[in-house]
Design a protein around this ligand. Sequence first.
Ligand code: SF4
Ligand code: SF4
Length: 335
Amino acid sequence: MWFFGKDKIKIPLREKLEIRLEAIGGQGANSAGKILAETAVLDHGFTGNHFSSFGSEKRGTPVKSFVRISTIQKPIRSASYIRKPNLLVIFHEFMIASHPEVFDGVNQDTDVLINSKSDPQAIQLPKGVHPRWLGTLDATKISNKTKSGLNTVMLGAMIPFLPELKGEKLEAVISRYFTKISAEEKSNNLAGFKAGWNEVKVKAALPHQDRLVLEAHQFIKMGYENAPFGGVILNPGNSMLKDHESSRKGFAPKLNTEICCHCGYCDLVCPDYCFVWEKNDSKKMGAELLGIDYQYCKGCQKCIQICPVEALTLAPESEIQPKEKLSLLGSQNES
Ligand code: SF4
Ligand code: SF4
């Protein structure tokens, strides 16, 4: 039996459904997984389970969330990594190149949904990745516009891929799931959910879309033979490779050096030591603030709140020029 949904995509109704959400800490993938599983089990009478795997419990690190559903009420006993998802959801396009292992197990029966401004058929996939249907939407923009969580927007966009679940029931679960937020925040999240549902574009993946060649690209082959010892950091100095753009939700602090009085308060509150300084005896504190290393900035905005002279303001990512992106390693990142 086939389901004809948005943009005439054809998805068969399935007896077993496996969904993997790939995100960055702070984007709400764990809650999205819980909401999906609750909708399937409590509101549709299916059997299902959900669990997540976190990085270092820090905003900005990779998070995986897994949902298994049986529409024929078979008991689900597995709580292991989902290797071959029916639906793969990527919460930020940036992960395609930075974490290519997110495509692990994608095959001709996998549908992929990506938070991206691009048309589905303009997305470049890593070599060897051939999904069935590809969906995209600018979920970051929708989330900023509706003041909703990114996760509720992505949940709305998942509906065309999940004919087994009714969108209205998912909406009802979102409404009752967030018990501790205000009525206004709840209504914002529902607006984000509906916008995600309406605005997602879904197209068949083209055979030649796997043209992204990544030098260090390797799919993870996990198993008892190659699992690393727990607690061992195999790539020391790895934080130098991080780029937290995806956790900044489209906005970042912008420094106005004309106003800055080099007091250093921003540096005191920044949890990730993003501020770049140069010794300068002519300044009161003996150092001059040159700018921000955005590679480490996760967008928490603590620096903006503390700055006494409003030299730091919140600006869209697109307004931050390459020359403003300083490096803590001493040289400018780009020209
Ligand atoms: S808190 Fe504001 S004024 Fe003080 S150093 Fe930071 S940016 Fe400059
Ligand atoms: S928003 Fe400010 S305080 Fe937060 S990580 Fe970025 S630079 Fe540091």
